[in-house]
Design a protein around this ligand. Structure first.
Ligand code: AP5
Length: 215
């Protein structure tokens, strides 16, 4: 199965992609995590991406398309996956279609996670992420058992630099301008299903399960 999760920053794409990985074995492909790893490793990609990410802006489409083709169809490519954070612009979605056609692959679902932007800003400000395994926590709704430590691997939890309030506002604006048009793009292709992202992460997951279980 090949799924795309779209929705504004902080709506819960990463949280749901990790649940899909645990329950269905769909590999979580988070372009945000791939870029953050590249930044940590000081690669050429990382150094290019860093200045965009820290301002809450999007990394250029050509860079992202090259990264996604290599990740989805290069060495150690997964058979089944959830795309979390890609595509994010219409040119990225068009490029992905071309890549899928080239490799004879088929997309099963595009799931749009919906929630209002005030709630999202609150979620992002309270998010903490594991430096080692990328597990996602929330100080208000899903805190770790031991403050500052990951329950799964014991790694250090940190606050992402792009989760500062001013940067969050910029990310939400960019979502509205550049990513929201994907809703129409995938609706026209009859691939889009909207899921309410309010409620606990388990409740949201059950809505996604119900949707994809039917296929
Ligand atoms: P990326 O890492 O993809 O960030 P994002 O899309 O902004 O999404 P987030 O990771 O912030 O949120 P999420 O929806 O995954 O929510 P989460 O599950 O963590 O990208 C970062 C940057 O990289 C971009 O700004 C851009 O610069 C660059 N980039 C990445 N992809 C790119 C691309 N394709 N093109 C160009 N540039 C790209 O949840 C958030 C919080 O809420 C957590 O604390 C979580 O515990 C909590 N939570 C989740 N669900 C619930 C719930 N149901 N109830 C209560 N709390 C919840």
């Amino acid at each position: 199965m090949k799924i795309i999760l779209i929705g504004p920053p902080g709506v819960g794409k990463g949280t749901q992609a990790q649940k899909l990985q645990q329950s269905h074995g769909l590999r979580q492909i988070s372009t945000g995590d791939l870029l953050r790893t590249a930044i940590r490793n000081r690669t050429t990609l990382g150094m290019t991406a860093e200045r965009y990410i820290n301002r809450g802006e999007l990394v250029p489409d050509n860079v992202m398309l090259e990264l996604i083709e290599e990740t989805l169809f290069g060495e150690n490519a997964p058979d089944a996956f959830t795309l979390d954070g890609f595509p994010r612009t219409v040119p990225q979605a068009e490029g992905l279609e071309t890549i899928f056609t080239r490799y004879g692959a088929r997309l099963d679902w595009v799931v749009l996670l919906e929630a209002d932007h005030d709630l999202i800003a609150r979620r992002l400000a309270a998010r903490r992420t594991c430096r080692q395994c990328s597990a996602i926590y929330n100080l208000l709704t899903n805190p770790p058992h031991q403050p500052g430590r990951c329950d799964a691997c014991g790694g250090e939890l940190y606050q992402r630099p792009d989760d500062q309030l001013a940067t969050i506002a910029n990310r939400l604006r960019i979502y509205r301008e550049q990513t929201a048009p994907l809703v129409e793009f995938y609706r026209e292709r009859q691939l889009l299903s909207a899921v309410d992202a309010l409620g606990t992460s388990d409740a949201v997951y059950q809505r996604i399960e119900k949707l994809i279980g039917g296929k």
